[in-house]
Design a protein around this ligand. Structure first.
Ligand SMILES: [Zn+2]
Length: 245
């Protein structure tokens, strides 16, 4: 495997960009991609697919946790180039279409430059395309609310809070959960590492119900939108994240 992609459970691959993660679920040569990084990550996003023995043509679907630009940067690219379906929660589809935007502005972030390193983070994400307002017009609602008939058999778990239509994905066979930005384990704007909730100015609702939803899952491999993979019962991870607040 490469530095970019780590197999964290059988056929479950965790890809880490500089500032955001995505996940690949493999079944033979076919793959489901969950989130797609910043627009500026296009090359490494495509490389992560070939690194696991698949090709962009074999991506069965793109699933989105939420429509922030660092998670949807290559979604439309696959849709336009290969006709790949792009799915997310019905509420989040409107966000992906940019009917409205729930994203912290650079001004919000600048007001909170409390940590050394945040300025460098801001300059990196500016280059990666953080100011893009394009969204993902190709996004459509899930064909079913249940487990999806796609590589990895992901089941959407609505976890509204970080955005109004945020969704996590449970991978029952791998006992894993893709938590998106509802629960992270590291971020340039956070002081430490380990399970945490992003600062309030990054969130657009109350994350408590979402965290309650996450902790009911049968999972002990946590794959966050930001930070490292954590192997911990999700209940324990939620307890630690909540204690941080
Ligand atoms: Zn986000």
């Amino acid at each position: 495997m490469t530095d970019l992609v780590e197999e964290v459970a059988a056929d479950v691959f965790f890809a880490r960009g500089d500032d955001v993660n995505w996940v690949l679920l493999r079944d033979g040569k076919d793959v489901t991609v969950v989130d797609t990084g910043y627009p500026g990550y296009r090359d490494r996003f495509l490389r992560s697919i070939t690194a696991i023995g698949s090709t962009p043509q074999r991506v069965a679907a793109v699933l989105i946790t939420h429509a922030h630009i660092d998670h949807i940067g290559s979604a439309d690219h696959l849709a336009h180039a290969y006709g790949t379906p792009v799915y997310t929660d019905a509420v989040e589809v409107r966000h992906a279409h940019r009917d409205y935007l729930e994203q912290a502005s650079p001004v919000d972030v600048a007001r909170n430059l409390v940590r050394p390193g945040t300025v460098r983070w801001l300059s990196r994400v500016m280059r990666a395309g953080v100011l893009s307002r394009k969204g993902a017009p190709t996004a459509q609602p899930f064909p079913t609310e249940d487990e999806l008939d796609l590589p990895g058999r992901p089941r959407p778990v609505p976890t509204r809070g970080h955005t109004s239509g945020h969704v996590a994905y449970h991978l029952a066979a791998a006992r894993a959960v893709i938590t998106g930005d509802e629960l992270v384990t590291g971020h340039a704007v956070l002081a430490g590492t380990g399970p945490a909730v992003l600062p309030a100015y990054f969130n657009h609702g109350d994350s408590a119900p979402a965290l309650a939803r996450l902790e009911e899952l049968d999972a002990d491999v946590i794959l966050p939108g930001h930070g490292a993979v954590v192997r911990l019962p999700i209940r324990e991870a939620v307890a630690r994240a909540t204690a941080q607040r």
